[in-house]
Design a protein around this ligand. Sequence first.
Ligand code: NAP
Length: 314
Amino acid sequence: MENVGVVMTCPMSAYLEQELGNRFKLLKLWEFHSTTHFLTQHSDSVMAVVGNTKLGADSELIESLPRLEIVASYSVGLDKIDLNKCRERGIRVTNTPDVLTDDVADIAVGLILAALRKICACYGFVRNGLWRNGESFELATRFSGKSIGIVGLGRIGSAIAKRAKAFGCTISYHSRTKKQDTNYTYYSNIIDLASNCDILVVACALTEETRHIVNRKVIDALGPKGILINIGRGLHVDELELVSALCEGRLAGAGLDVFENEPEVPKSLLGLQNVVLLPHVGSDTIETSKAMADLVVANLEAHFHKRPLLTPVV
Ligand code: NAP
């Protein structure tokens, strides 16, 4: 397979680079002056694209690669891949489900605890010597027993629900279809979900339908005591509305792993004490990044050896 051209769209894992480089003719898009420069030299040799949440395979890239057979994403989310174009051209698509579920659910719980118990502000309080000076830290809010509303009860949403259950929380959810295998309360309307929970957690897939699924109406339904947690994608939330709600006290707080224009974060969010901000690290553990890389490689090997794909999407 050393002659099979595989292009990585951006740096994502040194281990993945090494594993791909050991098996395929690995091309690193970011090492070229521009995509045009890369395409001039290699468009005829690329048979696989490996992308991620930053840079996937849009229609322009797909159309520029006449021999492209497979897009293997180093992510579970598919929002950076033009799936219709892949279907049209008969290009296979794989992602990395399951292996990252626990880590993303863990970080969601971390964000909830950090937002409610003001962990980041507490840290600053100790570091800045205020505790030693005899000051007291303000009271925080309890997590145990709260009601959690989950938008998208898929693999990650279900894993968050399982964790929240262990904290004695009640669980409700919104998705397009009611799940038959749970007793959690289902809301076919996200506004009803937001009106009936303390903490709204976004864990659905990003599609045209779910873009800005959390808008002003949803934020107002969640209300001034509500907390918004987003571990899905930044575009799920209307960020301008979120910022104004937080600044105006129409929402109590937020825990965000993802943003609309990553790595840009609205300046006004940076100055707020009632938000916890993470740099899109939901699945970023040593263990999961290796498992994701192994799955990408296994899918590519399966494809080029004409075996069934492990995690096919298209
Ligand atoms: P999944 O198992 O496919 O779950 C996605 C859920 O989204 C499904 O339960 C689906 O339910 C729901 N959904 C789809 N369209 C919807 C709509 N219009 N309204 C409401 N719900 C809708 O995927 P997963 O493995 O749990 O991953 C979920 C997402 O998490 C990924 O797509 C990705 O964007 C994000 N993620 C983030 C990180 C991070 O680092 N922060 C890491 C991994 C994944 P129905 O089909 O019943 O509607």
